[in-house]
Design a protein around this ligand. Sequence first.
Ligand SMILES: CC(C)(COP(=O)(O)OP(=O)(O)OC[C@H]1O[C@@H](n2cnc3c(N)ncnc32)[C@H](O)[C@@H]1OP(=O)(O)O)[C@@H](O)C(=O)NCCC(=O)NCCS
Length: 142
Amino acid sequence: MGEEVRLFSDRLVDEIDSLIRSCRGVFGYISKAAICKSLGEQELFLFYRDGHVAGFIRFHHRRDGQTTVYEIAVLESYRGVGIGRWLLSKLLVDCEARGQHKIVAKCPADLPSNDWWRWMGFTCVGTIEGKRDINIWEKKLT
Ligand SMILES: CC(C)(COP(=O)(O)OP(=O)(O)OC[C@H]1O[C@@H](n2cnc3c(N)ncnc32)[C@H](O)[C@@H]1OP(=O)(O)O)[C@@H](O)C(=O)NCCC(=O)NCCS
């Protein structure tokens, strides 16, 4: 469905950065250095369409077998056509190849994307209460 991009450039990092910024009220500040690091460590997958980044997932494979999703986002005009599912399925394949045993994602409780995590087969295992409550979503891998 998507195209793999192995080389990355400043323009690519800028596009990911502007996609993050376009999701107002969803993510905190993410530095371009953090994006570069994730790209370099192959802990960021892209959905690249029409010469542009239309979606991405950034994550970290912990050595204890947990994979943590830092962000997933799809450009608004491309949402609802399966790109988020495709990005997650790429991550699942990567996790299985590495023998990871679970994927964990955190999502502010007030966002509609909580329903998406449930729809993707994740279970809400807790909520961190604070100024903004954060749900913890988990999927066990066999
Ligand atoms: C969450 C997000 C990444 C989903 O990506 P997407 O490409 O729109 O999702 P998909 O098209 O792959 O959705 C797959 C399925 O989930 C369903 N779905 C999509 N968004 C949903 C939502 N908000 N609630 C419930 N179901 C949803 C779709 O209907 C689809 O179902 P189907 O395949 O059975 O028909 C996207 O909406 C987004 O970028 N949101 C803003 C950023 C954000 O909130 N990120 C998560 C922060 S925790």
